[in-house]
Ligand binder design. Structure first.
Ligand code: IMP
Ligand code: MG
Length: 204
C-alpha cells in the first residue's frame, strides 16, 4: 500500500463546496432533462475524472438515458499539462450512430482533449453531440470547443477533488480544492515485498 498524505496537510483552499456543487449539478440535470424531453440520450463519461460528476448528474436527469465510458491518455503529457494528442485506451461498448450523445467531462483546460474526442466521436455519426463540463478553466483555452452545459468557470489554478486527482488519489473528496504544491508530497510506495498472488497455504 502506498503511503498517501492526508489532503488537509496541503489543502490551500476549498474552491467549490459540496453544497455549491450539488446545487449546480441539480440545475444542470434539470436543464438537460428539459432539452432532451421526449428524446433518447446517451451519456458518455471520459474516465476517470468525470465519473463522480456523471454519477451525480444522472440522478437529476429525468429523461430515459443510457451511459457508457471511454478512456484516453494524452501522449507524452507532463503530469498536469495536456499535450493535445490523445490516444483511445478504452473504447465505448455502444454504437453512437444516430444517437443523441452528451459527453460529460470533469474539466476543460486547454481544450485539446475534448476537441480530439469530439473529432473521434463525430466520425461515428451521432444524431447530435453536445458537451457538458463541470469545470471550465476558460482562461487557459488554446483551442475553441463548444460547451453546451457548464457547471463553473474557475481561475487558472490546479484543482483536485470530486473526481479530479493528484497522482490518482483524492478523487473521493466531496468538494473542489486548490492544493498548496509546496506542501504536497506524492504518494510513496513502501518497501515491503510484493504481496503473493495467492494466499499462503495455512500451516497444518
Ligand atoms: P485539456 O486537454 O487541457 O483541456 O485538459 C483536460 C484534462 O486535463 C482534464 O480532463 C483533466 O484530466 C486534466 N486537467 C486539467 N486541469 C486539471 C486540474 O486542475 N486538475 C486535475 N486535472 C486537470
Ligand atoms: Mg478528464
Amino acid at each position: 500500500m502506498a503511503k498517501v498524505q492526508d489532503y488537509r496537510e496541503f489543502l490551500k483552499k476549498v474552491l467549490i463546496t459540496e453544497e455549491e456543487l450539488q446545487a449546480r449539478i441539480a440545475e444542470l440535470g434539470e436543464e438537460i432533462s428539459r432539452d432532451y424531453e421526449g428524446q433518447d440520450l446517451l451519456l458518455i463519461c471520459i474516465l476517470r475524472g468525470g465519473v463522480v460528476f456523471m454519477t451525480d448528474l444522472m440522478k437529476h436527469i429525468t429523461v430515459p438515458h443510457a451511459i457508457d465510458f471511454m478512456a484516453i491518455s494524452s501522449y507524452g503529457a507532463g503530469a498536469r499539462q495536456s499535450t493535445g494528442r490523445v490516444r483511445l485506451t478504452m473504447d465505448l461498448q455502444t454504437s453512437i450512430t444516430g444517437k443523441n450523445v452528451l459527453l460529460v467531462e470533469d474539466i476543460i483546460d486547454s481544450g485539446y482533449t475534448i476537441s480530439e474526442v469530439l473529432k473521434l466521436l463525430e466520425m461515428r455519426r451521432p444524431k447530435s453531440l453536445k458537451v457538458c463540463t463541470l469545470l471550465d478553466k476558460a482562461g487557459r483555452r488554446e483551442v475553441e470547443v463548444p460547451i453546451h452545459y457548464r457547471g463553473f468557470v474557475i481561475p487558472n489554478e490546479f484543482v483536485f477533488g470530486y473526481g479530479l486527482d493528484m497522482d490518482e488519489y483524492y478523487r473521493n473528496l466531496q468538494f473542489i480544492a486548490v492544493p498548496d504544491l509546496e506542501k504536497y508530497r506524492p504518494p510513496e510506495e513502501d518497501e515491503s515485498p510484493e504481496e503473493p498472488l495467492s494466499p499462503p497455504t495455512e500451516a497444518e
